[in-house]
Design a protein around this ligand. Structure first.
Ligand code: RFL
Ligand code: PHB
Length: 397
């Protein structure tokens, strides 16, 4: 077995792991990333598109923001439609903030390139990654690469390995509590090189189910529709998607739809999931490794970024000030913001989707009344806007 050494061992080269790694490097804190798949495979996952300003600020601090600042589109508003009525939420007026539309694939690629340029080590196709002795002062990770077994000794382990990773399983079952809600529908997403249907994103609630019109640029659209959980991608030809999506767009916008061949099409299940605590000894869970939200509200990647921000501050305090007592602040600080994001995305999901026979006629009337109240009242719109742009990051005590 070959032995390597670093200060912070990061499991997972998704956006959480890459962002944390670049930030730590900026502070002179040594780190190595272990990733199960290839870089190309990571970049094949089409996911988020909306970045909060807090996330963008971190990417700038990490030194990977050139493309994002050049190509990302600043959006000062978002729209919610309720059958054919469109209600604009002016984020800028209501909160003074905006969001950036820039794809997860692009931000991931940018961070990968900066990491490579700085000569930081990322081990792709690392097999059987396994953390050990995380409660001790000498934790380590074992893994295998190209038939050779390695031991990576470190001070801390950042579990940035997503929902299906190994890090969360390292926390003993009697220590962790998992909270989960699975929704009775999936999101079918389609990407196409066509002009977006509308200048702003539209979250649409209709009698046929939810739809979302998003984008990556002025020539690339990203659209979603709510579909039954049983549906598979084979059930949805491009034509079938376009026909259904068009029907779910509000009347005034529908006719602007430009269709084209899909360049990506996939179905994802929707769930809310939270693991508590997010820290166990010298192991920290970051991003999707510790929590999942349904995509309504665009909070997943942004919550990952706030976890990174908290862990980054903790690492700075440890390595610059020698204060290890702050470790225990990670979980409570991260979880306060996470639960808020979980609550917001659960609420928006509840309000905008069709839950079929999970809701009775009374529930449906309540839903209609709630959405009408929130979208017609300035106070209601402000509540949505404030959470959509993202709550402030909490500092360490
Ligand atoms: P990731 O992206 O899952 O990366 C984890 C990485 O860890 C690797 N890994 C391992 N490596 C080594 N050993 C192991 N045993 C390993 N197991 C796993 C994996 O290969 C992978 O490379 O987690 P991370 O970095 O925490 O990032 C989280 C985000 O990807 C996620 O929260 C967002 O994509 C969620 N999300 C959205 N978030 C937003 O903030 N705004 C959005 O607009 C938004 N839209 C979305 C979304 C997620 C979606 N899907 C597919 C669920 C839209 C969709 C459709
Ligand atoms: C996306 O562009 O992929 C996207 C945007 C907003 C969401 C979810 C996904 O809430």
């Amino acid at each position: 077995m070959e032995t390597k050494k670093t200060q912070v061992a990061i499991i997972g080269a998704g956006p959480s792991g890459l962002l944390l790694g670049l930030l730590l490097d900026k502070q002179g804190i040594d780190n190595i990333i272990l990733e199960r798949v290839t870089g190309d495979y990571v970049l094949g996952r089409i996911r988020a598109g909306v970045l909060e300003q807090g996330f963008a600020k971190l990417v700038r601090e990490a030194g990977a923001a050139d493309n994002m600042d050049m190509l990302g589109e600043v959006h000062e508003g978002v729209e919610i439609s309720f059958n054919d009525e469109i209600i604009p939420i002016n984020l800028k007026e209501l909160t003074g903030e905006s969001v950036i539309v820039y794809g997860q694939v692009d931000i991931t690629k940018d961070m990968m390139q900066v990491r490579a340029k700085r000569g930081l080590e990322t081990v792709y196709e690392a097999n059987d990654v396994q953390p050990h002795d995380v409660k001790s002062d000498t934790p380590y990770i074992t893994y295998e690469k190209d038939g050779v077994s390695y031991k990576l000794e470190c001070d801390y382990i950042a579990g940035c390995d997503g929902f299906h990773g190994v890090s969360r399983q390292t926390i003993p079952e009697d220590v962790r509590t998992e909270y989960e809600k699975v929704y009775p529908f999936g999101w079918l997403g389609l990407m196409s090189d066509t002009k977006p249907i509308n200048p702003e994103l539209i979250y649409a609630r209709t009698d046929r189910g939810f739809a979302l019109a998003s984008m990556r640029s002025q020539t690339r659209s990203r659209y979603y529709i709510q579909v039954p959980l049983e549906d598979t991608i084979e059930d949805w030809s491009d034509d079938a998607f376009w026909e259904e999506f068009r029907k779910r767009m509000p009347a005034g916008v529908r006719d602007n739809l430009i269709t084209g061949p899909s360049i990506e099409k996939s179905i994802v299940p929707t769930r809310s999931f939270i693991c508590e605590p997010l820290q166990y000894g010298n192991l920290f869970l970051v991003g999707d490794a510790g929590h999942i939200v349904p995509p309504t509200g665009a909070k997943g990647l942004n919550l990952a970024a706030s976890d990174v921000a908290t862990l980054y501050k903790i690492m700075i305090r440890i390595y610059k000030e020698g204060d290890k007592s702050c470790i225990e602040q990670y979980s409570p600080i991260a979880l306060r913001r996470i639960w808020n994001g979980v609550r917001f995305s659960w609420w928006l999901t509840d309000l905008l989707h069709d839950f079929g026979d999970q809701k009775d006629e009374f529930d449906k009337k309540m839903e209609t009344s709630e959405i009408e109240y929130f979208l017609k009242s300035e106070a209601g719109k402000k509540v949505i806007a404030e959470q959509y742009v993202g709550l402030p990051y909490e500092d360490l005590k």
